[in-house]
Structure formats: structure tokens, C-alpha cells
Design a protein around this ligand. Structure first.
Ligand SMILES: *Cc1c(COP(=O)(O)O)cnc(C)c1O
Length: 369
């Protein structure tokens, strides 16, 4: 038996969101970020929907290889670069661009001799304090890279630490530091993730690097993608597999963690932390039953959650349950569970079948069957 829980990926929503990113990017090119299996949407399918992007970005060489296997012939940027000579050889064979963020990676390129040259993106640390060279090293790096047979075109990037908050002054300071470090140094520049792109139009520079917005979620804390003109690309759905009437005082599920305040109907939906639903989602976390709002109650189990059906008294076993997706923003579930949409989208587990549709009305038809 197939798992009742499934993920439906709407390729049309991905295309719509990429168009929205392009719109925000103006003349800048768009590198669509598809690391972590396209934020849980499926790398090959996402690459197909995002064919209009100027490049795709992944975290590691293994993901770049998967993209080539999926038939992507365009530019690939490996955001963490490589850690050893074998990685460098593989990147060269895949014709993937490498981010260079550390002296060890520079040494690898220097030791590589003349092979098919790779384009590199030198990462400067303008305030994120995770990866990257100090900004004042830029001129020296440019000189060293210019002489290397293993290196083709050199581009520059930095990453924004606080672009999820439009009022945070750190983003403007990072952008200023980046511009100052590269004054007079040639090469295209890239700084903006989704938050940077939507919140600071001047951050688009030559290449924008949107990720989360392509999947329809807002990069901003406390907002939803809809406000930004985005459409959710993932519906995480399942069905009720039981509906029971409980008595006032009945304690539900593991630990008896939720006690019925009155006689009431309770549903069991077939999805749990084994499917990637967050185990720490508390009672009150919203779900949709047959399109109507209901609330999770009690502890999340591995394969099931319990649902307060007082608001949907006519619910029956077999009724569709939306865990997040159109009608229930993943941002709302993330906020209830004390996490961010990124984590929820990436966490949907491998046992959950993924169905890909070209258009949302195709989903509705399938749901009606
Ligand atoms: C993940 C990532 C992005 C995309 O970030 P979003 O917040 O998802 O838009 C951009 N640049 C780098 C270097 C990243 O690691």
C-alpha cells in the first residue's frame, strides 16, 4: 500500500514564482537555488519547471551531478565549493562553477594545473561570519586567481545574514561593505537571497540568488508568500483514516497530552513525524479538513496526528487533510511549530510519494475523484 500522505508539487507555481523573482531582479540575472532536493520539491522536477533560470545553485558537487543526470545543461553553481582534489575533478567533469570561500580551496585551484578552466565565484564575508574571505582580501585574490590555468571567469558574491527582517540595518551595511571591497575590481557581483531581492531592490546587482520565494514561501518573518505575490508550490496532504467520538475528560494519544474539554469528534490523519511533519507542532497547530480549518491536538506520532473536528462535525474517514499548501500557508504551520518554512519544506521524508502536476486545477480534479 502506498503511503496515504503525499506531496503534490505544482510546477506552474514554480514558474510563476520564478517570473516574480525575475520581475524583482530587473536587469539582474537569476540563479535559482535548488539545493536540498529543491527545498524538498524534487530536484529534477524543479529544474524542469525552472528551465528559464540563468543558472541553478546547489550546495555540493553531488547535487550538481544529480542536476546533470536530470538533463540540466545550463550553468550550475556549487555554493559550498569543493573540499578536495577529487571534488575539483568532478566539478570540472560536470562543468559546474565553484564558489571559493577559503584558502584551502584557493590552494586546490593553484595545484590543479591546466585542465578545462572552471568559472569561480569568490565569496567575501561582509558580515554573515560563516563562509568567505575578509573583504579587504579581494584585490589580492583577484590577482592570484587571474594567473591560474584552472580558473576561467571570476565573479564575486557575499551572503546576507539579516535579510529576513526589512527593518534590520545590517543588510545595507553588508551591501556597502561589498561594494567598497570590490571598487575598481572587475567581475560580476551577487548578494541577494530571496529576502535581499524582495526587500532591497538595489541588492539584485548582476545576479540574484532566490531560493525560498521560488517555492512560494515568504523569506520575511511573520509574513506569507501570498503578500509577495507568490504561490505555494507544495501541498502536503493526507486523509482521515478514522473519526471517533470522544467523551469529555478523555486524554488523547501519547502521554495523554490533550484532554477533551467536552464530548467531541476527533479525527486521525495519516501523517506524522515519520513523514516529516514536525513532532514539536503543538496542540492548536492548524490543518485543513476538507478545506476547513481544524486543529491538531495531542502529540504528533510517527505515522499519525489527531485532529479536533468540532469545527468540521460532518467529517468522515477518507476526507482530505491539508497539512500545508494552498489555503494553509506553510508559514502558519512553521510559526505554530516554532520553526521556519525552509525546515518544514526540506523535511518531508523519503517515504512520502511526490506527485507532480503542471497546473493547480489538475490537483483539484484529482482530489475530487
Ligand atoms: C540557500 C542560499 C540562498 C537562497 O536563500 P533563500 O533565503 O532561500 O532565498 C542564496 N545564497 C546562498 C549562498 C545560499 O546558501
Amino acid at each position: 500500500m502506498r503511503r496515504t500522505a503525499q506531496v503534490v508539487v505544482d510546477l506552474d507555481a514554480l514558474r510563476h514564482n520564478l517570473a516574480r523573482a525575475r520581475d524583482a531582479a530587473g536587469k539582474a540575472r537569476v540563479m535559482a537555488v535548488v539545493k536540498a532536493d529543491a527545498y524538498g520539491h524534487g530536484l529534477a522536477e524543479a529544474a524542469r519547471a525552472l528551465a528559464d533560470a540563468d543558472a541553478l545553485a546547489v550546495a555540493c558537487v553531488g547535487e550538481a551531478a544529480a542536476l546533470r543526470e536530470a538533463g540540466w545543461e545550463g550553468r550550475i553553481v556549487v555554493l559550498e565549493g569543493v573540499a578536495d582534489a577529487a571534488g575539483l575533478r568532478e566539478a570540472a567533469a560536470l562543468e559546474a562553477d565553484l564558489v571559493v570561500h577559503a584558502p584551502e580551496q584557493l590552494a586546490l585551484l593553484e595545484g590543479a594545473g591546466s585542465r578545462r578552466p572552471l568559472d569561480v565565484w569568490v565569496k567575501l564575508d561582509t558580515g554573515m561570519h560563516r563562509l568567505g574571505f575578509p573583504p579587504e582580501a579581494a584585490a589580492g585574490l583577484a590577482a592570484r586567481l587571474a594567473g591560474l590555468a584552472a580558473v576561467g571567469t571570476v565573479r564575486w558574491m557575499t551572503h546576507l545574514a539579516c535579510a529576513d527582517d526589512r527593518r534590520d540595518g545590517a543588510t545595507a551595511r553588508q551591501l556597502a561593505r561589498f561594494a567598497a571591497a570590490l571598487e575598481g575590481i572587475p567581475g560580476e557581483r551577487s548578494a541577494a537571497n530571496s529576502g535581499g531581492l524582495l526587500g532591497w531592490p538595489e541588492a539584485a546587482l548582476d545576479w540574484a540568488r532566490p531560493g525560498i520565494m521560488l517555492y512560494g514561501a515568504s523569506p520575511f518573518t511573520g509574513a506569507t508568500g501570498e503578500t509577495e505575490g507568490l504561490r505555494p508550490a507544495m501541498r502536503f496532504e493526507t486523509r482521515l483514516i478514522a473519526v471517533t467520538r470522544r467523551r469529555r475528560g478523555d486524554a488523547l494519544g501519547y502521554g495523554g497530552a490533550w484532554v477533551c474539554p467536552e464530548d467531541m469528534p476527533v479525527g486521525v490523519a495519516a501523517a506524522g513525524y515519520g513523514d516529516g511533519y514536525p513532532r514539536h507542532a503543538p496542540s492548536g497547530t492548524p490543518v485543513l479538513v476538507r478545506g476547513r480549518r481544524a486543529a491538531l491536538v495531542g502529540r504528533v506520532s510517527m505515522d499519525m496526528i489527531l485532529v479536533d473536528l468540532r469545527g468540521v462535525p460532518d467529517a468522515r474517514p477518507g476526507d482530505p487533510v491539508t497539512l500545508w499548501g494552498p489555503g494553509l500557508p506553510v508559514e502558519a504551520v512553521a510559526a505554530a511549530a516554532g520553526t521556519i518554512p525552509y525546515e518544514l519544506l526540506c523535511a518531508v521524508s523519503g517515504r512520502v510519494p511526490r506527485r507532480v502536476v503542471e497546473r493547480p486545477h489538475a490537483v483539484q480534479e484529482a482530489g475530487r475523484r
